[in-house]
Design a protein. Structure first.
Ligand code: ATP
Ligand code: MG
Length: 297
């Protein structure tokens, strides 16, 4: 059974469609990245899942509960896009406060702050924290009470590279215990390695929802081959491969995935005229741009 299911969810703000018939599911232990341009509908989708705003149409289930119900709230943790805390409270005080609100033991505060690397700073006022430190308080808050579903709106914005890695390690642990994770991000390369599936929203439409490997295959974008010719042979290499000459000795070729091996064979046949070759597959940005551009009219 899925932890989260949305089917044909639609939301309109003052005549503008923010979500158009979006269907999406997240299974226990699955990490799904929600990508999309500014204003694509990511935060709106998350707020609907949390029951903070109602959908106009469609069905949403969290485990078996409705968004906003007591059961759904108890099962869900949320990290909002802009976390705001009381600047006069210390990290420990703020977390104790959240623990009490969720009916958990306030004594867990120190342990939770340790888990997000804020053990030391926990006794300082939040007003003195850096942006990344405040983000960590938000993460600690999201870990309260063993949630079955985590909804994280741009959780790594403001985190430095090492903190990002620690954050994803924490998510891996949670996923291994069966938590379902839906996170939005603009950082394409980090979601590539650390999530199981990628969902792309574009102007409120879900335009892709699959593993990166499958999206790569479906997009079938061209591959670039960069051939380094021997300095005196660049013109000949360009002519024989029907490639394009670039500065000095480089010859560029473009081909489809299924022509790649044949093209490499032709390059190998040139023997010592060629010094090196680089195969450059489509980047995640290329794949993202490919799907983002396909909005149903
Ligand atoms: N309360 C609201 N009233 C009116 N329009 C809204 C409201 N909330 C969101 N919108 C509109 O809905 C659309 C989707 O916004 P949303 O915040 O979901 O985008 P997003 O994908 O989270 O973008 P970002 O990457 O910038 O965070 C936008 O056009 C936005 O202006
Ligand atoms: Mg947003």
């Amino acid at each position: 059974m899925q932890t989260l299911t949305l089917s044909q969810v639609t939301k309109t703000f003052e005549g503008n469609a923010a979500l158009s018939s979006v269907s999406l599911a997240v299974a226990p232990g699955e990490r799904v990245a929600l990508l999309g341009h500014n204003g694509a509908g990511k935060s709106t989708l998350m707020k609907i899942v949390l029951g903070l705003i109602p959908a106009d149409r469609g069905e949403i289930h969290i485990v078996e509960a409705r968004p906003g119900s007591h059961a759904a709230r108890a099962a869900t943790a949320y990290l909002p896009e802009n976390v705001a805390f009381h600047p006069a409270l210390t990290g420990v005080e703020q977390l104790r406060c959240y623990l009490r609100l969720r009916g958990e033991d306030p004594a867990d505060a120190e342990g939770l702050l340790d888990r997000v690397g804020l053990g030391e700073a926990g006794r300082r006022r939040i007003g003195t924290y850096s942006k990344g430190m405040r983000q960590r308080v938000g993460l600690a808050q999201a870990l309260i009470g063993r949630p079955r579903l985590l909804v994280l709106d741009e959780p790594t914005s403001g985190l430095d590279p090492v903190s990002r890695r620690e954050f994803y390690a924490l998510l891996d642990e949670l996923a291994q215990t069966g938590a379902a994770i839906l996170l939005s991000s603009h950082a394409l390369t980090e979601v590539e390695a650390r999530t199981d599936r990628i969902a792309i929203l574009s102007r409120g439409h879900l335009v892709a929802d699959d593993t990166l490997t499958n999206l790569r295959r479906v997009a079938a974008l061209p591959i670039h081959l960069q051939v380094s010719a021997r300095p005196d042979a660049a013109d000949e290499v360009a002519r024989r491969l029907a490639g394009e000459r670039h500065n000095g000795t480089r010859v560029d070729l473009v081909c489809d995935h299924d022509q790649k091996l044949a093209r490499l064979g032709q390059i190998a046949e040139l023997g010592t005229l060629v010094e090196d070759v680089h195969v450059i597959p489509p980047s995640l940005e290329d794949i993202y741009a490919h799907f983002s551009g396909r909005v149903p009219s």
